[in-house]
Design a protein around this ligand. Sequence first.
Ligand code: ATP
Ligand code: MG
Length: 401
Amino acid sequence: MLHERFNEAKFIIDTLNENGYEGYFVGGAVRDFLLGLPIKDVDIATNAKPEQVMKLFPHSVPVGIEHGTVLVLGNNQSFEVTTYRIEDDYEDYRHPNYVEFVDDITLDLSRRDFTINAMAMDINGEIIDPFHGKDDLKLKQIKTVGSATERFLEDPLRMLRGLRFTSQLDFELKQNVKDAISQNHHLLEKISIERITEEFIKIFKGRAIKRALLNIEETKVYLSLPILKESDKYFVTLLNKKIEPIDDPSLLFAFLHLIEPNVTIQQWAKSYKLSNAIKKGAIHLINQYHLYKQRGISNTLIYQIGREWLHLFAKLVLLVDETNINLNQLIKKYEILPIKERSQLVITGNDLIMWNENKKRGEWVGNILRKIEMMVVENEIRNDYTEIKKMVKQWMIQEKN
Ligand code: ATP
Ligand code: MG
């Protein structure tokens, strides 16, 4: 019996077989299945050419046809179906200069980075494992397919991928892999920052983040990473922290800024080409962290953080200060806030203008609204139309005198 995730993709291999082609499950899915880990994307390799795959599957999208990849839709998912290929001449360190389609699965497996990623599985659950990836799974080691140095010269990103897998799987780099990384990490400077950032974020997400950081120290990879390379001190600070897996990129970069405030979040965002969403999230967390340091946990703080950010905020305080904030208590406090957002206030700016007929419209409207909002949040006044109106009228009288 195939695992459910593979069963959902089996129709693709069945169709390929019925039409005289081979098809195998490959890569991370096979690895994670053998490890008993949750399976992410199920990828398929085939000797059918991309055009043939497109013909066999009307519901498909040519996402990277020049590299042999067609996205096949079915069972409410999409599956990458890639023609067996080998790559050559990574001249620009980004994309292989040319891709050659081949008709042997073993050749396709040989172009893959690590032995544990270079296994295929057929629809009967038989594993094809020409590079003994299964042995390395048992040994919990990251070993390249062939010479580590050669494979890293072809595509230097593999060095970061290797470190990422040590974190994700809690595996160790084989000594020759470590040595090759020590000698070649400077080549990372040739890799597009988007690819680096993606791996960087995944490294911190992994359960063995500490192990990965120790490997990064040992191999000195940080000397080839933006910002961290600027001063040994930055990486030492990080290494001295009691680190935990960080599963959100905004949280990660907020943390990196707060432990080394000399580097602004804008600098992190620029150097790692962060998306606006990640940057905005990081800034939000940083601002709330500062408010928390000034005034502790108040209704205003919890209100401003917002329900969906509370867990990230608690995690940030844990990471930066190594203090535990009880998330459940934060959530409880949030639940009993008198209002959750400004729109729940019983009055609006229009009411303020109405009550202050003689006053010209201006900034004061927003300021007073904000003041009332915070008073309601802090339970200094009830969210009640008459009470608020009475208070505002009193302010007006005081202002006149
Ligand atoms: P995960 O999906 O858990 O992040 P993965 O192993 O599936 O890990 P992907 O980036 O999805 O990683 O790549 C799928 C497969 O493609 C890998 O398992 C590996 O066989 C191959 N691969 C990916 N990137 C490279 C690379 N830079 N060099 C060689 N092979 C690679
Ligand atoms: Mg994958």
